[in-house]
Design a protein around this ligand. Structure first.
Ligand SMILES: Nc1ncnc2[nH]cnc12
Length: 581
């Protein structure tokens, strides 16, 4: 479905004009406002007239009529455009609505979101109507459309059909294709993927890469294929290479890659201090506790601390992003005709807003949340508590594979030769090998191996949160693994930790066992408790949620547990297929 019309209808535009003609009143007048004018690239003082969701005038004039108009004296504030998050994975335990509510409180009122979970788990019609409902709130939700599942799926071609990918790409709320995690397939000659990229460009939309550690030649080839941006630079040199090939670069600061200060310091060292126009900043789907520091407001703070000029720091989360996505006639600046997304700051050194307007509605006022969203009736979109119609049996927990998966960090893995006697149950505590199993959400297949380096004394750990929605089990004691599974099933999906016959932690994920409906603040607390429980039991890394999410992710090296079986990423080969149950 291509957008058939401009955002505002003729009648609405006529009303806007009649306010300028003095025949009707604006709904909000921001008087004496000092604000960042992004086209002029300077701080300007003017009056801003808003009618409903649109800025209809910016300048020295005042409206003739003020009937029912809220007049706000802005002389003590500094106004900046509502922040935009260009790369959101809105399903890191939170859901798109809980995340956007929280984001708005920190001034991020436009989010550009990953469609992967909706694409894999919802039918297209329901996904599209959920996207429409989400956009009825004051927060603007755009999306990107994947070309691949970033895992080895049984029948990926039946899921990523030409028809479905094209209708996603054509959707009016979809502003880019990608992120291109499947680029090795593209290099290997996948012309369907290349066709989708061409379609994306034909529609005037962007393509986002996913190129961690890519060589210069790969970056050049990806540019030839049509990729516009990448968010995976981890050093100043990698930023430079991407800029050299003309990419828009998103500087990332996320829970697994909190890189922004280092990136900015390296850019300074390399003299890359006049290229900010080609840069954006993102938190790349950080897990809930990370957002306690804020979102784009926190990124601006880090940029200011690292001597980025204030206007550039704000532009990297607003104007630059709107321009990159061809959205600048509606978003990214405070100017006539734009959507009324405005943050009110004490001053430009303090990027966390005191008040926030989104689509011309207060979502935060004088430091307090203004509740705005209508509750979503999730079952209407098939996002209900998980109902597993099958049992896990003791017989399923047989482990005999000669090698397993060793964790190098939170998300990178490599194969290792199993050293422990697999006939023993429970496995000895104090050493870092545990049973690992992935079971089909529908109970049809399973794959059992071992994991080294996850923990030293986790007894039974089960999660329905995974990138494909299949169930992950880890543990040293089979009885506790079965108990944790049983409890996960009883609570309708979630993450459960069992020990010595007792449940010692549980997190309910009532939206299909994948997402929570808790507020981010509460979810952050639960996630921290989970991490504490795991760290007490020998988890060595920083982000167990990402460990769970990426066990099956074939866009990361070297060995993965997928729906097809144990998978060698570099050789694109299934080493051991899944077993039917
Ligand atoms: N590729 C990806 N898929 C899902 N979540 C992510 N978070 C960061 N990168 C991601």
């Amino acid at each position: 479905m291509l957008e058939q019309r401009f955002r505002w209808k003729n009648k609405q535009i006529r009303e806007q004009i009649s306010v300028l003609d003095g025949k009707a009143s604006p709904s909000i007048l921001l008087k004496n406002a000092r604000f960042l004018h992004s086209t002029l690239r300077e701080w300007v003082v003017a009056n801003i007239w808003i009618l409903h969701d649109r800025i209809i005038y910016v300048g020295k004039e005042l409206p003739r009529k003020l009937k029912d108009c809220e007049v706000v004296d802005c002389s003590e504030w500094t106004l900046v455009p509502g922040y935009i998050e260009p790369h959101v994975h809105p399903f890191q335990l939170y859901n798109p609505q809980t995340l956007s509510r929280f984001a708005a409180q920190t001034g991020t009122t436009t989010l550009i979101n990953d469609n992967l979970l909706f694409f894999l788990h919802l039918n297209k019609k329901k996904a599209f109507s959920l996207m429409d409902q989400l956009n009825e709130s004051p927060i603007t939700m755009y999306w990107w459309s994947r070309y691949d599942a970033q895992t080895a799926m049984g029948e990926e071609e039946l899921v990523f059909t030409n028809r479905d990918v094209k209708s996603w790409l054509e959707h009016k709320a979809v502003v880019q294709g990608g992120e291109l995690t499947g680029w090795p397939k593209l290099l290997d000659g996948d012309d369907l993927m290349l066709y989708w990229i061409q379609e994306t460009k034909r529609l005037g939309k962007k393509v986002e890469g996913h190129f961690p550690g890519a060589s210069e030649k790969t970056l050049a080839k990806m540019k030839l294929f049509g990729v516009d941006g990448d968010h995976e630079a981890m050093t100043g040199e990698e930023i430079y290479e991407r800029l050299l090939h003309g990419y828009a670069v998103s500087l990332r600061h996320s829970s697994i890659r909190p890189d922004l200060p280092v990136l900015l310091k390296e850019m300074k060292r390399m003299g890359l201090t006049t290229q900010y126009d080609s840069l954006m900043m993102t938190t790349d789907g950080a897990t809930p506790a990370f957002y306690k520091q804020g979102m784009a407001d926190y990124l601006i703070r880090l940029a200011l601390e690292n001597d980025v000029p204030a206007i550039d720091a704000y532009h990297m989360v607003s104007y630059n992003i709107a321009r990159h996505f061809n959205l600048s006639s509606e978003h990214g600046q405070i100017a006539t005709g734009r959507v009324a997304n405005i943050n009110f700051l004490a001053n430009e050194h303090e990027p966390t807003p005191v008040s926030v307007l989104a689509k011309g509605q207060w979502v935060r006022k004088a430091g307090k949340e203004v509740v705005f969203a209508d509750p979503i009736h999730w079952p209407q979109y098939d996002l209900e508590p998980l109902q597993l119609e099958w049992e896990l049996e003791r017989d399923d927990l047989q482990f005999s594979m000669p090698f397993g998966i060793e964790m190098v960090n939170d998300v990178i893995t490599k194969p290792y030769t199993i050293g422990v006697d697999l006939a023993i149950d429970p496995l000895p505590k104090g050493q870092d090998e545990s049973y690992l199993m992935l079971v089909d959400r529908k109970g049809k297949w399973r794959i059992n191996t071992m994991i080294k380096g996850f923990a030293t004394s986790v007894s039974g750990f089960v999660s329905s949160f995974s990138s494909t929605g299949d169930i992950i089990l880890i543990g040293k004691r089979k009885e506790d693994m079965l108990l944790a599974f049983k409890r996960m099933k009883e609570i309708g999906g979630g993450i459960v930790l069992a020990e010595e016959g007792k449940i010692i932690f549980e997190m309910k994920l009532s939206l299909a066992g994948l997402m929570s409906d808790l507020r981010i603040e509460d979810l952050a607390q639960e996630t921290e408790t989970l991490k504490d429980r795991l760290v007490e039991r020998g988890y060595l890394f920083t982000d167990p949620i990402y460990s769970l999410l990426f066990f099956s992710a074939t866009h990361l090296p070297y060995i993965r547990l997928t729906q097809s079986g144990l998978y060698d990423v570099m050789n694109k080969k299934v080493l051991f297929p899944t077993l039917m149950r």
